[in-house]
Design a protein around this ligand. Structure first.
Ligand SMILES: Nc1ncnc2c1ncn2[C@@H]1O[C@H](COP(=O)(O)OP(=O)(O)OP(=O)(O)O)[C@@H](O)[C@H]1O
Ligand SMILES: [Mg+2]
Length: 160
């Protein structure tokens, strides 16, 4: 299933994240794809807000992973950018399908660690502050969320 939406400012991308947060459960894995500056961390900040996490979400690029425990669900934010072509056996598997929701930027760099079930979010900078954001999953686990995104953000949708 798929939902294609458009945002025109960062607050809208955050709102999408906050909306998604209420659907997330322990063990959910969210892959965030898209170029540098596409909005992956911005979206994750919205998820944090939706989970009631008050800390700012900053890019964990230099830490690989950041954990947030003060929300309604543990949130693990992985940025695999710096792991490109390196050893990925550094214990991240404990957090992927762990006891919280795990959001992964640059997931292609830790391909071997990825589970079969995930929500994939592809963000694309189409110029200025406009982003095209595609939510997709083969897993029925995320059907309800994707359907709700289509309904709730009807005005943001990109016609097929
Ligand atoms: N509609 C929008 N949605 C999200 N971010 C936007 C939007 N318009 C402008 N921006 C800006 O684009 C930038 C997105 O940065 P962000 O750190 O979220 O990207 P990223 O995909 O995580 O990049 P990286 O791969 O470097 O980690 C921010 O500076 C944000 O303010
Ligand atoms: Mg980022």
């Amino acid at each position: 299933m798929e939902a294609k939406l458009r945002t025109t400012k960062k607050e809208e991308t955050k709102s999408l994240g906050a909306f998604c947060a209420r659907f997330f459960r322990s063990g959910d894995v969210v892959l965030l794809k898209g170029d540098l500056g596409a909005g992956k961390t911005t979206f994750t900040g919205g998820v944090a807000k939706g989970l009631g996490i008050e800390e700012d979400v900053i890019s964990p690029t230099f830490n690989i992973m950041k954990c947030y425990f003060k929300g309604s669900l543990p949130m693990y934010h992985i940025d695999a950018y710096r792991l490109e072509n390196q050893n990925t056996e550094i214990g991240l598997d404990e957090y992927i399908e762990g006891d919280g929701v795990c959001l992964i930027e640059w997931p292609m760099y830790i391909e071997k660690l990825l589970p079969d079930e995930f929500l994939e979010i592809s963000l694309h900078n189409v110029g200025g502050d406009e982003r095209e954001i595609v939510f997709r999953s083969d897993s029925p686990r995320f059907d309800e969320l994707i359907k709700s995104l289509q309904e709730e953000f009807y005005e943001n949708r990109i016609a097929a």
